[in-house]
Design a protein. Sequence first.
Length: 260
Amino acid sequence: MMNDKEQARTDAIVEVLHHGAGLNDSSIKGTFRIIGQKLTGDIPLGAESPTFATRKRMILFSLQSSRIRNFLQFFLALLMLFIVILMVWATYPSVIWWLFLMSAVLAYWAYSSISSFVRKGRLISVIKAQQQLYPDPVIKTQTQRVYDVQRHAKQFAQSRLASRFIALFIMLMSAYTMNLYTADMPTQLKHFCFLAPFTFMLAVGIMFYPISKAENLHLYGVTQIPFKYMPFGMKLCLFIGALLSATMFIVDTFGINIFS
């Protein structure tokens, strides 16, 4: 049975599942607000997706991935707790005080992990049972064409410029991260280095096709453009980025030094 806090969290996610989040907010402030809510876990991944099926798939994937992580954390906490208990038993009665403290922390970690695992299992059951109640937004590009190209470009020139500046920042950060890979790569940045080629090519695509949220709302009726309506060049950049990231991961996994 859910408590009040868990029920409120479930209701909030179900609300996002049916209505989405940020679909009609094209402002930069709204963009950063959505990003912040995703980072804090207030809204799940895929909340901005324009269709119910995509939101449901992304939310379930996010919850299931998090549930697996909780399961692994639980067993890791149990293993460490077992080792600490053995240390307490071996040194009894002259036990060092911090062993008791560590035991309490590990016990709480195990309890917290398994509790989160159970809660997310109940939440997944609720999400799976949800059926679509509201129609998806009609993609206006199926019937709408931009006849006055110059007027259209002028109308969204400012938002396109902002998109290009953001893309430039992403390109610089991705290039810096890839440079770390060629040097002495810090262990904590290793996984980010593998994503750097993809984010770099994503930024290249945005530079060439700087469609902003405001323009997406005007053309498609939603702020997040569906993948099938992305320009071919943007799809090509995403494909090349994914291929480069996968190649970089494989090269590192097999210990091939292509820079020697």
